[in-house]
Design a protein around this ligand. Structure first.
Ligand code: R5P
Length: 291
């Protein structure tokens, strides 16, 4: 494996290259004074090679950086370019209303037009997003990642309608009951949540499952609802730890006992220092998918 890592998640790239016993492509990534990105590949043996690039996309600069790396690899004569994108931003904007763009499609088109041959993604927001790709995509699911945290007396909880399929897949795989929460977003960040079905969950252990935790409001509100119904414990799994603004403070103050996230986005020190958060490594999952 010839792996070229962007700057978004170097620790994950290093884990992956060590598992694959491959070669990391030497590169330099710098910024001009105005933050414009400059990349340079320092490996002159890329001609006719299959190059794999790893770049998590959680901000626009990372997208630009990825496109620059792709172009540089092509200019060096790479014969095939595969890209691993553990987190694909803009995916949650998949239900455009009148006057709005289909945002994930805009990002997907940029990626496809950059000339890549294959993409590997983890836990895309929806089937709708996955179906927008015209080039081959390997979509990695989360069920295997949950193996270590699942307990046989868990109730799996979908924190909103959009997350139902994901939570359903987890519940089905581990043969656990499933509960739905109905979420209403009042403003961009204010959320209210209520149980969709009146069920007695007093004394039960719940596992909320979602793809993205950004402000934390969706999960914290869902946890409040579960708490109000007298559950014994609330754990949560969210694949992509965006964790912006006061998210970590919100989680620390919330009724969530434990939050599991992955390193699809490189965890910040604040995230790793938060006692309620545990990080599940995705390097092996990606490595096995590439075999
Ligand atoms: C929404 O469609 C996603 O699946 C997440 O539930 C949402 O992005 C979480 O955002 P926040 O943590 O800001 O509530």
């Amino acid at each position: 494996m010839h792996l070229l890592s962007g700057s978004s998640n170097l620790p994950l790239a290093k884990k992956l290259i060590s598992l694959a016993k491959g070669q990391m492509i030497d590169r330099e990534i710098k910024n001009f004074a105005d933050k414009e990105i400059k990349v340079k590949l320092k490996d002159d043996k890329l001609k006719n090679q299959h190059i794999t690039i790893l770049e998590t996309l959680s901000n626009s600069d990372q997208l630009i950086e990825l496109c620059l790396l792709i172009d540089a690899a092509k200019n060096e004569g790479a014969k095939k370019i595969s890209v691993i994108i553990p987190y694909l931003f803009y995916s949650r904007q998949d239900k455009p209303k009148t006057g709005e763009p289909f945002s994930p499609n805009v990002i997907i088109k940029i990626l496809e037009n950059s000339g890549i041959d294959h993409i590997t993604c983890l836990d895309l927001h929806s089937e709708k997003v996955k179906n927008k790709f015209a080039i081959p995509v390997k979509h990695l699911g989360i069920t295997k990642l949950l193996k270590e945290i699942i307990k046989e007396d868990f109730i799996v909880v979908a924190p909103d309608a959009g997350g139902t399929k994901r939570a359903e897949a987890v519940a089905q795989h581990y043969k656990l009951p499933l509960l739905h929460i109905e979420k209403k977003r009042l403003k961009d960040s204010k959320v209210i949540a209520k149980l969709e079905e009146e069920t007695n969950i007093k004394g039960k252990q719940c596992l909320l499952v979602d793809d993205i935790i950004d402000s934390g409001n969706t999960l914290c509100e869902a946890a409040n609802t579960l708490h109000d119904h007298g559950v014994k414990s609330i754990q949560a799994f969210c694949t992509h730890a965006v964790l912006s603004g006061n998210a970590i403070e919100n989680i620390e103050k919330s009724n969530i006992d434990k939050l599991f996230v992955t390193n699809s986005i490189n965890p910040t020190t604040e995230t790793t220092n938060c006692k309620k958060i545990s990080i599940i490594d995705i390097a092996t999952l990606i490595h096995e998918s590439l075999k």
